[in-house]
Design a protein around this ligand. Sequence first.
Ligand code: UD1
Ligand code: UDP
Length: 356
Amino acid sequence: MKAKTIVTIVGARPQFIKAAPVSRALIPFFHEVMVHTGQHYDYGMSDVFFEEMEIKKPEFNLGIGGGTHAEQTGLMLIELEKILTSVKPDCILVYGDTNSTLAGALAAAKAGIPLAHVEAGLRSYDRTMPEEVNRVLTDHVSNLLFCPTDAAVKNLAKEGIVQGVHRVGDVMYDALLYNLANARAKSKILDQLGLKKGGYALATVHRAANTDSIERMRSILDGLGKLDTQVIFPVHPRTRKTINEWEISTGANVLMVEPVGYFDMLVLQENSNCILTDSGGVQKEAYLAGVRCITLREDTEWVETVAAGWNKLVGVNTDLIVDTYKNWHPQGERAALYGDGHSAVEISKTIFSALR
Ligand code: UD1
Ligand code: UDP
């Protein structure tokens, strides 16, 4: 019997990480064709993940790059349609909530090809976030919705989506379990930066609501600069642009470095004394590593990390960032919120059964 063809659409950093375990789990069941939209294109934002995580080389790279939301999404849609017309896949697989996700979802829906969405049902209930619009629209045209958490399943039910919904756990946990030993063995980042376990905090910032506001960026950088610890800050290119443009300075304790690879990031996370971030994936990884997370946003999709007591939503107020870092030290058990590390296999098997 001829293997069914699945087209995977990725484009941004967290999608490479999510696709790595799923792509491996698809091998026994499918012929996978990978399409990279080119949304992220720097070596440190893209190729490094393909190399470290041994992800297959994409058959297509659309080379879309940056642009306005309409430019990015529209150009991707046009190019994806051409690929789908020639490849004629049995299913399309998209991840998360970026413009690449939405373009892939629209292309699938317009072509009438079954769509599977990994990380379905996440909601911040903040429609000013571009990601929230992408999530809602993608979920509403998906046939198979793979939810990482119970909260995600409930969010979908509230919107009337109950068919094709599968609670499978989180593929980022699969990725972490698979790569952690290798990351510890191969990463030299602690030595390179002269760091000791617990001797520094780790920060990441890239959310549009923060990077596009001079007041919010100033407030965050002031907060990081006043922490009584060294801060390692791998700076996303979007954030680098705004910091340079507005010439925002920070304390001497903050070391701004280029974005790091996945192995270095896992090691930096697990050895830090605190993580301060507005990233979705990093909030989860902080929980999984047992490191307290101060989230530089007013809301989150990963509500269970907050309920568990390991994540605090502080927004961007400088004093609150400093005070929370100083006085908040969560302890206690961390329940297994994100599955058992076999989410990718479950996803692959479920798609296979659904297409039979
Ligand atoms: C995107 C996603 C966001 C996700 C993030 C992961 C959308 C709307 N946003 O945000 O949900 O959390 O990726 O990191 O899809 N740039 C470079 N080199 C690169 C990539 C980006 O210089 O390799 C610069 C470009 O100037 C670009 C800007 O960063 O215009 C923003 O990139 P873009 O992909 O549009 O959005 P992100 O902020 O990365
Ligand atoms: N990450 C990384 N290097 C960095 C910053 C983040 O490898 O310099 C990883 C991080 O470990 C997580 C993922 O990228 O697995 C999160 O992606 P990002 O923060 O870009 O996007 P989000 O999750 O907010 O959509």
